[in-house]
Design a protein around this ligand. Structure first.
Ligand code: IVH
Length: 670
């Protein structure tokens, strides 16, 4: 029923918008205001996002001028773009290799490659021509940046030689250091702010709306993987060489940029060679990637949820510098958690100027035994925020006083508390401490929660300071007049905010639950709770025992949920959200059922119609359990193409029913 309603509304909106477009562009006789037109369009966009199955390929959301067509289109990857697990030591590589040897019948050969520090790209070629280039995005879907990628000279637009009819090739686009420096020199001369580092600027450049800008920067690209149906290659090294013969830029064997190796010692030689010589390369690398070469063996090993078992990254140790600790300040987050921040004498570290470093909590300060004015060692690992890893005690002066953690909230003055067993200090003044109030509102509107576009931290700040909003439910009282009065808020932006707020009424229950900002209730927990309880009322009424009976809900979460609902202020906020039409119930007509209750599934291989993620979601939304490995408890193995023979054999041995993607889809459509 509900689905029918969505379908009809999408069709109605499409027709109305097409008609208004015609009246506006062709007849020059519009019947409605731009504002009303935008309202229709936004609503359609939102509905199409939630129900892409009802969106027409000729939907007006895809062709209207302005913001929408300027954005890149989202494309679902045919093969998810996973990441690699990272290692930092010889021991970890040995552990990985031992696991591989145990799982493979024959000792494998490995390909060692450079880990290019850039932006992952997936490029599809059909009949020898580049048809689409998509960013990694969240791994399931990315942005179509074909026009920009076409400008990169080393990406072939037309292939030569004996290439397959259709395939996808993946690689890394990066900013060669020389070109990066040249662009920065030009920017300095023009008085423009400098780019921080080659990786971030490659990523920023690729998102440029003007492909001429991309062309002028001189980006480059190396390839590292080929995907497709019925490809003839037996190994990764064979595929890479073939790609070279079709016109792609592949790493040079003669320069030791890629090598087939068969022992740990040989792998470590490769790692050490590049650790020593990496600064001679014309581009940045952040490590080495080691891959099992034979595809048969790769298939046998398969994947974990996040990364292939057949490959691993060895990351080089972060660069370390010394600087002075000038001051420790404290930040208060939306949950009231107080985080100390080290304010440092600015210092250059791995291409960026570092002024601040996170100190996490009081224990961290204690462990480092930090004194004000200390000379500290700062390191930048994989994460963006640098950290202090030690103190140069030789340079400590007697006048350097030990840092004492604050006792009162720097924002509202309340006495801080530290709960038993927790490392973090908290400000308990949840409803009167400004950063907590604003932080909760920011969380509420964030993309993965209510996704209200057009409102950022600055606007929230203004609205809060003017007394227009005191909690997230107050957003639904905002008027156009109130918004346009704000600094730097034009008519169009104010309308967009209102449209965003309006559209948030279509956000499904599980995301609403996440948006509430209940402590310890992240995205996954919110989903589990939503599926189990199906409405705010039922969740609120649930006793402690019922809460902890839900899969993955422990005591800490249960206590936090009960605290949240027993608070009168929250009760009033929720009442207001409810009366504004926010979704407080699961849409039970759509996509959820108990069809697969008590059935355990394993998914393996590559699928045609739906991605592995979607399959996993379908199993769960229909009441089944999705697990990673086959055991006597497994009921079904959903088998795709290129499935590992070891898994298949195990399924057969244990008598697990093996079904195809179509058979699975048929099971849930009944
Ligand atoms: S293979 C299943 N090879 O590192 C993943 N990745 O954390 C297969 N990267 O997203 C990736 N150089 O963007 C591979 N020689 C290389 C690479 C490489 C850089 C990036 C890639 C990926 C990330 C993995």
């Amino acid at each position: 029923m509900e689905r029918e309603r969505f379908k009809k509304r999408i069709a109605d909106l499409t027709e109305q918008i097409n008609r208004h477009n015609y009246l506006y562009y062709v007849k020059s006789a519009p019947e409605i205001s731009d504002y009303d037109f935008d309202m229709l369009l936004k609503e359609l966009e939102q509905l199409e996002k939630e129900h892409p199955e009802f969106a027409s390929p000729n939907s007006p959301t895809k062709r209207v001028g302005g913001d929408i067509t300027r954005k890149f289109e989202t494309v679902t990857h045919r093969y998810p773009m996973l990441s690699l697990s990272n290692t930092y030591s010889r021991e970890e590589i040995i552990d990985w290799e031992n696991r591989i040897k145990k799982l493979s019948e024959v000792p494998p050969a490995y390909v060692c490659e450079l880990k290019y520090d850039g932006v992952a790209i997936g490029m599809r070629y059909k009949n020898g021509e580049l048809v689409q280039a998509v960013t990694r995005g969240d791994g399931t879907a990315g942005e179509d940046i074909t026009t920009n990628v076409r400008t990169i000279k080393t990406v072939p637009l037309k292939l030569h030689g004996n290439y397959p009819d259709e395939f996808e090739i993946r690689g890394e686009i990066f900013f060669p250091v020389e070109n990066f420096n040249k662009v920065n020199q030009e920017r300095a001369a023009a008085g423009e702010p400098l780019f921080a580092n080659p990786r971030n600027s490659a990523s920023g450049t690729l998102k440029s709306q003007d492909s001429a800008v991309v062309a002028s920067r001189g980006l480059d690209c190396y390839l590292y993987g080929i995907y497709g149906e019925n490809l003839k290659f037996k190994s990764h090294s064979e595929a890479v060489n073939a790609a070279g013969s079709w016109g792609f830029k592949i790493p040079d064997t003669a320069k030791n940029m890629i090598a087939v190796r068969s022992s740990i010692d040989e792998i470590m030689d490769f790692i050490q060679y590049w650790e020593k010589n990496r600064s001679d390369l014309p581009f940045e690398i952040d490590g080495i990637v080691i891959k099992v070469d034979e595809y048969n063996q790769q298939n046998e090993l398969g994947f974990t949820a996040k990364s292939p078992r057949w490959a691993i990254a060895y990351k080089y140790k972060a660069e370390k510098v010394e600087t002075v600790l000038n001051e420790v300040t404290y930040q208060v987050g939306r949950t009231g958690a107080v985080t100390p921040v080290a304010n440092l004498q600015p210092v250059l570290l791995a291409g960026t100027t570092v002024k601040r470093a996170s100190l996490h909590n009081a224990d961290q300060i204690e462990k480092l035994d930090l004194h004000l004015g200390d000379f500290v060692y700062v390191e930048k690992g994989g994460e963006i925020i640098p950290k202090i890893v030690g103190v140069n005690l030789e340079k400590r002066k007697a006048s350097h006083g030990k840092i004492q953690f604050i006792e009162n909230c720097p924002e509202c003055g309340a006495a801080l508390v530290r709960r038993e067993g927790e490392a973090q200090h908290y400000c308990p003044n949840e409803y009167h401490c400004p950063p907590q109030i604003k932080g909760k509102i920011e969380h509420f509107i964030s993309r993965k929660a209510m996704n209200i576009e057009g409102l950022g931290p600055e606007t929230i700040d203004l609205l809060y300071n003017k007394g227009l909003i005191k909690n997230y439910a107050d957003l639904y009282d905002l008027t156009f007049e109130q918004l346009v009065e704000l600094d730097r808020m034009a008519d169009k932006s104010a309308s967009n905010v209102l449209l965003g707020i309006q559209a948030s009424k279509n956000i499904p229950f599980e995301r609403v639950l996440f948006a509430f900002g209940i402590r310890h209730v992240g995205e996954t927990v919110a989903k589990k709770l939503a599926r189990h309880f199906k409405s705010v009322d039922k969740l609120k009424a649930a006793g402690f025992d019922e809460l902890i009976s839900v899969d993955e809900i422990g005591e800490k979460i249960a206590v936090s949920i009960q605290q949240f609902f027993s608070d009168e202020k929250n009760e009033r906020i929720l009442e207001k959200l409810k009366s504004n039409g926010i979704c407080f119930e699961m849409d039970t007509t759509a996509e959820t059922s108990n069809t697969l209750q008590n059935q355990t599934f394993v998914i393996s291989g590559v699928f045609q119609k739906v991605s592995r993620e979607k399959l996993a979601e379908l199993i769960e939304t229909n009441g089944g359990k999705n697990t990673g490995s086959i055991s006597s408890k497994t009921n079904y193995l959903v088998a795709g193409e290129n499935m590992g023979p070891a898994k298949l054999a195990k399924a057969k041995q244990l008598g697990v029913k093996i079904i195809s993607e179509d058979e699975f889809l048929a099971m849930i459509s009944q």
